[in-house]
Design a protein around this ligand. Structure first.
Ligand SMILES: Nc1nc2c(c(=O)[nH]1)N[C@H]1C(S)=C(S)[C@@H](COP(=O)(O)OP(=O)(O)OC[C@H]3O[C@@H](n4cnc5c(N)ncnc54)[C@H](O)[C@@H]3O)O[C@H]1N2
Ligand code: MOO
Length: 407
């Protein structure tokens, strides 16, 4: 062991720190629900489909009459459109013209689709006989009134929003957004738009991290740059801790002479751990600030994004009320040899594709944790476990296609 916390243990210990915390609830209308976390169970307000209806444009019939469609034919007696109903039952020995979504006339049990019919002088013939019950969507086949459909902790997507609207609900109760304060730090940083002197670079982390956070159900209450001035950093973090649920800083967590972040957090709250066996991202601090949580991300741009994605995201989602988050991980064949030192789990950035029914992947874009251009050419992590060394061409490797925060 190298004294570093494993990625899995770090994530678990952060999740454990959530205890029974849940944000307050609020009502959210349908139009603003995307990405929010459901706070109440959703129970079916209706039985759906509400009535037996046609899945095709065609003709409704009694199956017992079907054989006549290839003999003398069946007369068409009327038409039924979606949103309308016939007030008389289907007479035996006849069919009714029916549109998709229209209620099945009483007595009908089968629909023949238009393309399988021929109409001659108001009499219908079939080019292919329907099966019994074909193209009928039955009342209640999707849900029965009173059934529980969604549980609290569900992250709402367009699919769920469609379902909720289909129930006639105008919105649901969700957890309020987490309040997040984000700080970049370092004397070398200038803001985009400002002139750059010789030893300076632009503050890219604050913008990349803000964009990632905006894909979670959080309110970014502060997004600021701080110079390497411990007094100023301390007062900014103290202020943030008073209002934010989560404070996130980038840089200043390593062992350099200007890496004071850990001491400041220890003074204001508590540092639970500050090193994880992960590459990129060994210097990653986690702790508590008052009733809130603290993430200290490393300064290198790729490291800051990879640690927010891999290490901080599970707890951020859990604190937002979401249950059941886990990144997608798939086996792939290594297309090139992969170099790796044992000791830290390596999240190399790469590209993947499907060939011969298998996923294939290889590192790409350069693995330097300051190389943003290369990062932009990749679409997955190659997840190489801590104890693993080099991987040979053709060996199996686990990949994680970039998820919601990076795509
Ligand atoms: N002796 C050691 N040195 C370092 C270690 C170590 O274990 N021992 N770890 C290295 C690793 S790994 C990383 S990652 C970095 C993390 O350092 P810090 O979090 O303290 O960050 P800084 O040193 O301030 O900055 C690192 C690097 O990133 C650039 N940076 C910082 N903030 C931004 C920003 N907002 N936008 C763009 N670029 C940023 C900064 O200029 C530095 O180049 O430490 C290694 N060193
Ligand atoms: O982990 Mo550092 O994040 O290797 O650059």
């Amino acid at each position: 062991m190298n004294g570093l916390l494993s990625v899995a243990d770090a994530i678990q210990s952060m999740l454990d720190s959530a205890g029974d915390f849940l944000p307050e609830q609020e009502f959210c209308p349908l139009m603003s629900l995307d990405g929010r976390i459901l706070a109440e169970p959703v129970v079916a307000t209706i039985t759906f489909p509400v009535f037996d209806n046609s899945a095709m444009d065609g003709y409704a019939l009694r199956y017992t009459d079907a054989k006549q469609l290839t003999g003398t034919g069946l007369p068409v007696k009327g038409t039924v459109y979606a949103g309308h109903a016939l007030d008389t039952p289907l007479a035996a020995g006849s069919v009714v013209r029916i549109m998709t979504g229209a209620p099945l006339p009483e007595g009908a049990d089968t629909v023949i689709m238009q393309e399988q019919t021929r109409l001659v002088d108001g009499v219908l013939f079939a080019t292919q006989l329907p099966a019994q019950g074909e193209h009928v969507r039955h009342r209640g086949e999707d849900m029965q009134q009173g059934e529980t459909l969604l549980l609290p902790g569900t992250r709402l997507t367009p699919r769920h929003i469609g379902l909720l609207a289909g129930l006639g609900l105008t919105g649901v109760r969700v957890y309020r957004r987490l309040r997040v304060a984000l700080f970049s730090s370092g004397d070398e940083l200038r803001q985009p738009g400002e002139p750059l002197a010789g030893s300076q670079i632009y503050d890219s982390n604050r913008f990349a991290l803000t964009a990632m956070l905006q894909r979670l159900p959080v309110d970014i209450i502060t997004s600021r740059w701080l110079p390497d001035a411990p007094g100023l950093v301390e007062s900014a973090l103290r202020d943030a801790a008073g209002t934010a649920d989560v404070v996130i800083t980038s840089a200043g967590v390593s062992v350099g002479d200007a890496d004071y972040m850990r001491d400041i957090i220890a003074g204001l709250g508590q540092v639970n751990f500050w090193k994880v066996a992960m590459k990129p991202g060994k210097p990653f601090a986690f702790g508590r600030l008052g009733r809130g949580w603290y993430f200290g991300l490393p300064g290198n741009p790729v490291s800051s994004m990879a640690t927010l994605d891999q290490l901080a995201q599970p707890l951020l989602r859990r604190l937002s009320g979401e249950l059941g988050y886990r990144p997608v991980q798939l086996p792939a064949v290594a297309d090139t040899a992969i170099r790796k030192q044992p000791g830290r789990a390596d999240y190399q950035r790469g590209i993947y594709h499907l060939a011969d029914g298998q996923l294939h992947a290889s590192p790409a874009g350069g693995q330097g944790s300051g190389l943003l251009r290369g990062f932009c050419t990749t679409d997955c992590y190659l997840v190489l476990p801590s104890e693993q060394g080099d991987t040979a061409v053709g060996e199996s490797v686990q990949i994680q296609p970039f998820g919601a925060l990076l795509k």
